[in-house]
Write a protein that binds this ligand. Sequence first.
Ligand SMILES: Cc1ncc(C[n+]2csc(CCOP(=O)(O)OP(=O)(O)O)c2C)c(N)n1
Ligand SMILES: [Mg+2]
Length: 322
Amino acid sequence: MCDKEKLVGMLRLMYKIRFFEERAKKLYKAGMLSGNFLGALHSYIGEEAIAVGACSCLKKEDYILSTHRGHGHFIAKGGDLKRMLAELQGKETGYCKGRGGSMHLFDPKIGFLGGNGIVGGGIPIAIGTAFSSKYRGTEQVTVCFFGDGAATQGTFHESLNMASLWKLPAVFICENNLYAVTTPTLETISIPNIGDRASAYGIPGKVIDGNDILEVYQIVSEAVNRARSGEGPSLIECKTYRWDPHCFVIPETRAKDEMERWKTKDPIPRFEKKLLDGKIITDDDIKKMKSEVIKEIDEAEDFAKNSPLPDVEAFKEEVCAR
Ligand SMILES: Cc1ncc(C[n+]2csc(CCOP(=O)(O)OP(=O)(O)O)c2C)c(N)n1
Ligand SMILES: [Mg+2]
């Protein structure tokens, strides 16, 4: 399905996300990412296979729309760790000059058209970008990530209807981590599978194991090819689980045994095992790769730490000018 280099690259990206999130958490908890301006930090740990599996099917010029839990999407689409961590810490060298923080990463150069603090807010934007590509005849595909909570927003239903009607080149990926903040999906969604809602819009719908990166890659590839060849959108529900609380200002409410059970389905060792069994990598390769990624994150931390905070006077000009 993929060559060796690609598979190893996918594992490296999963490490990047996991270790970046661990570092961001540590810094956040230590109070470095402090103050109301920066808001909450939503960890993507446990869900790495979805971002990496899906973005590995894309070209640089393809678009993705992300969520409040978007660090993994950003890294998987090629985001730079230094400027990213600087943004999380509100520094001038960050992607949005420290004005956006964790939920508002943005880089059109890599096709990353934003995280979003509004649940379900990225879905209608994806309709716009997909329409734009179709209208301009560029063959770009838009992948839109959103959670199970967002799948019950009106924006989801309106957008999927329109995407189907206009055969837009879009792939809707629902990351069903079984909760919206503390509310279980079972208490808010009337059918067992969000992917089955695709039939209401006459588009293909799949329900897959979001912790199996190769399954994500295969199913998203099919949907991306379909979109690129003008056959229209698809909906893919990836079942997964977040390991951390919703964010670090909201106490954990989930049952301990449920959390432990899901940790046994950790997508990273599962993929490592496949690559080891297939003799694609060795234990030494894994060790080396992990230390290279940690070094990259250390460098990002130094970069962010040594970067200046924005000039408050400039804020005033940006808000008041024109
Ligand atoms: C429109 C809107 N309603 C409510 C919120 C508060 N809120 C932030 S995250 C969240 C839950 C989102 O759940 P889900 O879509 O499943 O994503 P997850 O956090 O599980 O990744 C809610 C209700 C919001 N940000 N926007
Ligand atoms: Mg959720």
